[in-house]
Design a protein around this ligand. Structure first.
Ligand code: HAM
Length: 423
């Protein structure tokens, strides 16, 4: 019997992991520059945190959650996203009372029972930021600027920012009525889900991907036309500040995002390369979420980006312009004979303690195969230890790029200095 990974999950193999590490490290570095601190949140939460926080009528809660009873019959859910957990942690640890302005970031796996396809998995990984405790439009813009900085640092172009405002709770209620009026005549010709959404939450109709619904959705009025004066002013300031920073966006009047907690600013970064018009990253304000999960009114804004999707775009970029990161190793020590092998192991051990990356042969292979291995591993330098080298305690260090050979003392100090010079 053999086992396969669960549908929608996969192994990120060592061959691919460098790209993932680059995304994660770049994200941490950008978060540091913007002064966001890391928070690590649990993967399991009480189901109700998500049903309340994200909203009963969303696809995520309605059909995508991995929910199960634990051994005591309590309903738990594998987190489908990080924002609700961040809101819970904010309250649990009393930040709202003691230190209400917080800028956090996180990375990790999320789980949604979606139909797997390119760039869509059931276990996927996000990088995210949450800035809690301020209503200022400058915070929306900082979060968007951070998202752009991440993309820039990863060398990703060909992206565009969809931006919209869906206003406050009252604006949203008004807009829902506007949508009901708009769809009143056409809803009978739309899909089953949309007919349900029409009564439950007409905003969700705007997310419908069904072809037959598109002509009706495209004609729908935009949310930004129905904002109260305060929300309209907030949106105008966000746009002015984005302009000021030279951050480009396209207003998409029907962008509402798939989670119910959003208020005012919503945005997505889209890559033309990903196909299926899927977003690389999405976020917005959620000024009502903390209250929904039991806290005082607390404005907040954030985003999450999909690491899986970023990795796909980076890989396609590398394939297109041949810039894939080659493996690298400071030194490979090939050896012959028992004593040669023992010396190789001793030297490797000492050099590793000093910070060098070193590999040796572990398969008792002939010299030719060991040299091929050194090449395959991208070793920058090569040392061969045979009987002569053991006897004289001297050897030749070869710089692989130039073929140049240097005489070296076979001591860890002598070698380390030579390897550093050769590199
Ligand atoms: P979201 O738009 O649901 O927002 O997800 C954010 C990103 O996660 C997407 O743009 C996409 O790159 C990635 N993603 C989502 N689902 C999948 C999937 N099934 N497979 C692969 N990647 C996926 C949120 O999750 C919000 N919590 C973002 C946020 C933070 N809003 C405010 N703060």
């Amino acid at each position: 019997m053999t086992f396969e990974p669960v549908r929608g999950t996969r192994d990120i193999l060592p061959e691919d992991v460098a790209r993932w590490q680059r995304i994660e490290e770049t994200f941490r570095e950008i978060a540091r520059r913007y002064n966001y601190r890391e928070i690590r949140l649990p993967i399991l939460e009480q189901t109700e945190l998500f049903t309340r926080g994200i909203g009963e009528t969303t696809d995520v809660v309605g059909k995508e959650m991995y929910t199960f009873p634990d051994r005591k019959g309590r309903s738990l859910t594998l987190r489908p996203e990080g924002t609700a957990s961040a809101a819970r942690a904010y309250l649990n640890h009393g930040y709202h009372a003691n230190d209400p302005f917080q800028k956090w970031y996180y990375l990790g796996p999320m789980f949604r029972y979606e139909k797997p396809q390119k760039g869509r998995f059931r276990q996927f990984y996000q990088v995210g930021v949450e800035a809690l405790g301020s209503l200022e439009p400058s915070l929306d813009v900082e979060v968007i600027s951070l998202a752009w900085a991440l993309m820039r640092e990863l060398g990703l172009g060909g992206l565009w920012l969809r931006l919209n405002s869906i206003g406050c709770a009252e604006d949203r209620a008004r807009y829902q009525q506007v949508l009901r009026d708009h769809f009143a005549d056409s809803i009978g010709r739309m899909c089953k889900d949309c007919r349900r959404r029409y009564t439950e939450n007409p905003l969700r109709i705007l997310d419908c991907k069904e072809d037959r619904c598109q002509p009706f959705v495209e004609g729908a009025p935009g949310s930004a036309e129905h904002l109260c004066p305060e929300c309209a002013e907030h949106f105008a300031t966000v746009r002015a500040l984005l302009d000021d920073l030279g951050l480009f966006y396209r207003i998409d009047p029907r962008l509402v995002r798939g989670l119910d907690y959003y208020t005012r600013t919503v945005f997505e970064l889209i890559s033309d390369e990903l196909g299926a018009q899927d977003s690389l990253l999405g976020g917005g304000r959620y000024d009502g979420l903390i209250e929904t999960v039991g806290g005082p009114p607390t404005p907040a804004v954030g985003f999450a980006g999909g690491i899986d999707r970023l990795a796909i775009v980076l890989e396609e970029r590398e394939l297109a312009d041949g810039t894939a990161e080659a493996p690298s190793l400071d030194l490979f020590i090939a050896s012959l004979g028992i004593e040669g092998h023992a010396l190789a192991l001793r030297l490797a051990d000492r050099l590793r303690q000093g910070g060098c990356s070193v590999d040796v042969d572990h398969r008792d292979r002939g010299l030719r195969k060991q040299l091929a291995e050194a090449n395959r591993l991208g070793a920058r330098a090569l040392l061969v230890i045979g009987d002569d080298e053991v006897r004289t305690s001297r050897g030749k260090l070869k710089t692989m790029a130039t073929g140049e050979e240097t005489d070296v003392d076979l001591t860890a100090e002598g070698l380390a200095a030579a390897v550093a010079q050769g590199g």
